[in-house]
Structures are given as structure tokens and as C-alpha cells.
Write a protein of this length. Structure first.
Length: 405
């Protein structure tokens, strides 16, 4: 039993660290993109200076300048921004391992999607993250001197393939988290394999008295821009696992792509403002329209969760079940092994989320959550481990809709 508490505190600690590291990374990324776009050229600048910016914060003024390649003399107190990215990815992968690899049978695998063993599922997860970087990095290299808009369209097409593939292998919840992890891996790998190494080459050239090639800055800028536009979609995907209407939809992979588009639009609005190119408010109108499309798509459930209504005749048997007593009976049979004061599930010592479903009063108290998680989605029971039937989900849905009239 003590191991249960240790494991839960480990997950909480890693999640906390992941959030803190992510805040630091997102904050520095957004700041430097805004700073870069806000630079203004001045005829009085020394040779090699691309622009400058004046900023005020904390009661003081800051005067910042950016060089096209590098300053003529390298300062001793050069500050590097890299550990935020590394810490975010490492803690994220640790959290993925604890929750989804350690609990693969409950959270990673859905036998109704693909009946695979734990080793195969974990292997697909890890290999896909590594392979994704190889494909992405190779694609970016081919498009370095070409249209960046064309590159973004191609990358979006690749992302669509990856998103659909994940939903055909993992549970809906795991698919969403993997789309986010896939994207975050590209972002962190950009820092580790491209941006920082290129900066180190520039620093080494300066120390050797050489003039650094501007290509290193160009490549780093390309990847930094990608990271900037990918940040908001990753954040959404990470929190989407708490909202089953998103990941249990038959079109969950399309919803993920829509979120990527909304994230790009929102960042375009702020980037345009920072660059002094106006405020494209149309991006918000399109974003709202896309969100409504996502809401509509979230109403579709996978075919295997839709009972045959012609076969489900609500006769006396089912009619009795569409009642508080009948619903409580279903819940006690399918859910109470975990959602009890003393759970019966192996290695579980407290009910998940503190939700107890032992009595009719408990069922009434959590009726809305039951409706969302078990009636109109299949997020509960996880991986349908207690084999809740589609007809039972329909009964739960009809009961809740009746009591809300």
C-alpha cells in the first residue's frame, strides 16, 4: 500500500516540475519572439546591428540590440536559454512513462481500437517520437531556402497523417497526449540539435577570430519560429485529456488538427502586433468558427459505441433500468470496484478523483460526470476494463436526459 502513495506522489511531483519547466520555456520563447519582431532599425546603428528595442519593466528601462550574426567581441557573461526546453521534455517524457507506460493497460491501450500488448504499444510510442524528428528535420532542410509557407503546409499534412495514425493505435486519451508529445519532441529537438549547436558554432568562430556564417542564424530562426507557432496547440493537447468529449470523438484527430490551426492563427495575431504590422482581428473570427466546428465534431462517437437501436427495445426490462435504481445497479456493477471508499481494484487504495459511487445519492451527486464520462463517451471505465455494454451507456444517457427535463 505504501508503494501506491509513493507512486502517486512521484507522478504529482513530476507533473508539477513539468508544468513549472513548461511555463519557463513558453515564457522565454514568447518573450524572444516578441522582442525579435519588435526590433526597430536606426540609421545610427553600428555595422552588424539588425535593430534595437526599448522596454520598461520593474521600474527600470532596458535597451536591447540584436546583431545580424554576432557582435565583434564576445562578452564573458553570455546567457544561454536551453535548460527550460530540456527540463520540459525530460519531465514530460518521465510523466508519459509513469502514467501511460506504467498504466498502459488502463490508459495507453484500447482493445476496441487495436488489441496489442504493452511492449508493442510502448515501442510504437517511443519509435514514433524518434522517427517523427527524423522526418521533420529532413523536411525542414530541403525547404530552408524555399517558401516557408509551403513548408508549413507540408508539415501540417505530415501532422495530419501522424494524428490519424495515433488514433488508430492508442486509446483516444493516449492519442491526444501523443500528438502533443510528438510536437513537443520536435520543439525540444529543435533546441537541442539545431538552435544551440548552431549558436555554439558561431561562438567558436568568434573565439577563433573568424566571421561566422549567417546560415547558422537563419536555420535557428526557422526552427525558433516553428516552436513559437506550435506552443499553443501543444498546451491545448496536454489539457484536453481532462475533457473526454474531445478525445472520445470519432473525429478526435480532426479536432486536434483544428486546434493546431487555431493556435497558429492566435500566434499570427500577436506576432503581427509585435512586428508593428497591424492587428488582424479576422484571425479571432476564424478561430471562433473553427472552435464551433470542433464542438460539432465532438458530438460524434465511435461506431463501436453506438448500440443498435433497432435491437434495444425499451421493454419492461430496460424500462425499469431507466430509473435511479436501475442506473445505480449498472454503476455498482461497472464502476464501484474503483469508485468506492475501499476500492477492490488491484493496487488502488483510494477512489480516483475522490469520486465515490456506492449509493443512489452518490449517483445523483455525480450524475453529470457519469453522463459525460460513461454515457456519451467511453472514457470511463478506462479501456472499458469492466466491459460496460453500449446498451448500458444508452440507459445512463436516457436516464440523465430524463431527470434534466
Amino acid at each position: 500500500m505504501f508503494e501506491f502513495y509513493i507512486w502517486n506522489w512521484l507522478e504529482l511531483s513530476v507533473r508539477w516540475f513539468h508544468v513549472v519547466a513548461g511555463i519557463a520555456w513558453v515564457g522565454s520563447s514568447f518573450y524572444f519572439i516578441a522582442l525579435d519582431l519588435g526590433l526597430r532599425k536606426n540609421s545610427s546603428h553600428s555595422k552588424g546591428i539588425e535593430g534595437e528595442a526599448w522596454q520598461v519593466h520593474g521600474g527600470g528601462f532596458y535597451h536591447l540590440q540584436k546583431y545580424n550574426v554576432a557582435p565583434p567581441n564576445l562578452p564573458d557573461n553570455l546567457t544561454w536559454f536551453k535548460w527550460e526546453s530540456y527540463a520540459t521534455w525530460l519531465s514530460g517524457f518521465a510523466l508519459l512513462s509513469i502514467v501511460y507506460y506504467g498504466g498502459a493497460e488502463m490508459f495507453l491501450i484500447d482493445v476496441d481500437v487495436l488489441d496489442i500488448d504493452v511492449f508493442t504499444a510502448v515501442s510504437i510510442s517511443i519509435v514514433s517520437l524518434m522517427l517523427g524528428w527524423v522526418v521533420y528535420n529532413t523536411t525542414c532542410k530541403f525547404f530552408l531556402s524555399d517558401s516557408q509557407t509551403g513548408l508549413m503546409i507540408l508539415l501540417f499534412f505530415i501532422l495530419a497523417i501522424v494524428s490519424y495514425g495515433y488514433t488508430e493505435v492508442f486509446s483516444g486519451r493516449a492519442a491526444m497526449i501523443h500528438i502533443g508529445a510528438f510536437t513537443a519532441t520536435l520543439m525540444s529537438a529543435n533546441v537541442f540539435f539545431i538552435i544551440i549547436p548552431n549558436q555554439r558554432i558561431v561562438v567558436a568562430d568568434l573565439k577563433a577570430g573568424k566571421v561566422p556564417d549567417s546560415i547558422y542564424g537563419k536555420v535557428a530562426k526557422q526552427r525558433s519560429t516553428h516552436n513559437n507557432y506550435l506552443t499553443l496547440p501543444v498546451l491545448f493537447l496536454m489539457i484536453s485529456i481532462h475533457y473526454p468529449l474531445v478525445y472520445t470523438s470519432e473525429f478526435n484527430w480532426v479536432i486536434a488538427l483544428i486546434i493546431f490551426l487555431t493556435g497558429v492563427l492566435i500566434r499570427h495575431f500577436f506576432n503581427s502586433q509585435h512586428a508593428g504590422k497591424g492587428s488582424p482581428y479576422w484571425t479571432w473570427a476564424v478561430t471562433v468558427m473553427l472552435i464551433f466546428i470542433a464542438i460539432f465534431l465532438s458530438t460524434y462517437r465511435p461506431e463501436h459505441l453506438k448500440p443498435d437501436l433497432d435491437e434495444v427495445k425499451f421493454n419492461d426490462e430496460y424500462g425499469e433500468l431507466i430509473s435511479l435504481a436501475g442506473v445505480t445497479e449498472i454503476i455498482s456493477y461497472r464502476c464501484t470496484m474503483c469508485h468506492a471508499k475501499e476500492p477492490l481494484w488491484d493496487n488502488m487504495y483510494v477512489p480516483p478523483k475522490g469520486v465515490i459511487l456506492e449509493t443512489s445519492d452518490d449517483v445523483l451527486k455525480y450524475a453529470r460526470q457519469i453522463y459525460i464520462h460513461a454515457a456519451i463517451s467511453n472514457s470511463m471505465p478506462p479501456n472499458n476494463l469492466s466491459a460496460m455494454e453500449p446498451e448500458e451507456r444508452l440507459i445512463l444517457a436516457k436516464w440523465y436526459e430524463e431527470i434534466k427535463k
